[in-house]
Design a binder for this molecule. Structure first.
Ligand code: PLP
Length: 409
């Protein structure tokens, strides 16, 4: 059964923060691209874990340590299943998308890159999929190449093909744009790259909460995402990597857990995935992330995608009635993100006034400054939806926007 309004009301009751009043108005939370709210089951899992199974993992012979270890390693199974990974060892826990990309930029760079090599990214990347590669390029005197997009905000695959050459070492692109909601043809990008034997990293931060992802079907070499954007806690994220790649890469950080044997003369490293998990891992975070993924899985990611698509289409229709509105990003394949400008009004002013009406949207460059600069705009107002949002909230939002625009114009 598709997600009808009764089911959505039941889902909303799972999220305590949706009861909050902002300046006396019911909260309308349309900033899900930045972070998502947490259902009771995730909050309860965090409390339960600290109350009943808190002990440092892997090293302890005692009961609690074994329980905590089991919870952390079970979380790895849940993530592996969620992503369709072949092996649980291919799942590395990180602090988030940003750390996962930095890990690959460092380790892959150390193992496989040298002067004049090239990394390909796209014009619509988040800073966390730009800066780590720039740092690598600076360190190794390499070049960063950028896939352009068309006026709808879709990547130009012909130009992409032309960027690939014998110096290309890795392609790293976002699955879904956090600014425009464009769903990139990552299967095609991976296929084209593999024809040239170039591995591909996919930034799935904005994809996994909204659309089905299967890393094996995609044949992605690396796939990364953040727990907090998929109803899990902050501070935990995932790096998926094909076993052959992860085995070929040196560790990113040194410390406890990631070693097999340490002497002052020489250290040998642990097996996957522990080689990449130096120090005490966030086992409470991983346990709570697994709960979030189970929650999403129980609702059904296909149903979520269909409902959010309906919501986004409705929002675009309603917003189109706002005089002077200009949508930024009108790709055919779009996820639950709408960016726009109205006339010459600065996005920040719209965001501030909407906030006073209880509506949380994001304004600015959305950590994608090169994209915003290439569009020659000051930023956008961004509404990004979740399955707990409703058409009624969109109606309130559109009415509020009309009021705000009337005040500012
Ligand atoms: N990549 C994309 C596409 C994002 O939208 C974000 C966050 O907004 C990130 C990467 C960075 O995620 P985090 O800050 O959780 O590491």
């Amino acid at each position: 059964m598709k997600l009808n309004s009764q089911i959505i009301q039941n889902i909303r009751a799972d999220f305590p923060i949706l009861e909050e009043k902002i300046y006396g108005k019911p909260l309308i939370y349309f900033d899900n691209g930045a972070t998502t709210q947490k259902p009771f089951c995730v909050l309860q899992k965090i409390e339960y874990a600290y109350k009943h199974l808190n002990a440092n993992i892997h090293r302890g012979v005692h009961f609690l340590s074994q329980q905590a270890t089991e919870a952390h390693e079970d979380a790895r199974n849940v993530v592996a299943h969620f992503l369709g990974a072949e092996k649980r060892e291919e799942v590395v826990f990180t602090r988030g998308t940003t750390e996962a990309i930095n890990l690959i930029a460092f380790s892959f760079g150390e193992a496989f890159c040298s002067e004049n090599d090239e990394i390909v990214i796209s014009v619509m990347e988040h800073h966390s999929n730009i800066v780590p590669w720039q740092m690598l390029c600076e360190r190794k005197k390499m070049k960063l190449r950028v896939i352009p997009m068309n006026e709808k905000g879709e990547l130009q695959l012909d130009a992409f093909r032309r960027l690939l050459n014998e110096n290309t070492k890795l392609v790293s692109v976002t699955h879904v744009s956090n600014v425009m909601g464009t769903v990139n043809p990552v299967d095609e990008i991976i296929r084209i790259s593999h024809e040239m034997n170039v591995p591909v990293l996919i930034d799935g931060a904005q994809a996994v909460p909204h659309i089905p992802v299967n890393v094996r079907e995609l044949d992605a070499d690396f796939y990364v995402f953040s727990g907090h954007k998929i109803y899990g806690p902050t501070g935990i994220g995932v790096l998926y990597g094909k076993e052959k790649w992860l085995n070929a890469l040196p560790p990113y950080q040194g410390g406890g857990e990631m070693i097999e044997n340490v002497s002052f003369e020489k250290t040998t490293y642990n097996v996957l995935p522990f080689k990449f998990e130096a120090g005490t891992p966030d086992y409470i975070g991983s346990t709570a992330l697994a709960e979030a993924l189970r929650y999403v899985g129980d609702i059904g990611i296909e149903k979520i995608a269909a409902y959010e698509h309906e919501l986004t289409t409705y929002a675009v229709e309603q917003l189109s009635a706002v005089e002077g509105i200009r949508f930024i990003g009108t790709a055919t394949e779009k996820s639950a993100v709408i960016s726009f400008l109205v006339g010459n009004i600065h996005p920040y002013d719209i965001g501030i006034l909407l906030d006073k009406l209880g509506i949380a949207v994001r304004t600015g460059h959305h950590c994608a400054q090169p994209l915003i600069d290439s569009l020659e705009i000051p930023g956008t107002v961004r509404a990004s939806f979740s399955f707990y949002n409703t058409k009624e909230e969109i109606d309130v939002f559109v009415a509020a926007l009309k009021r705000v625009v009337a005040m500012l114009i």
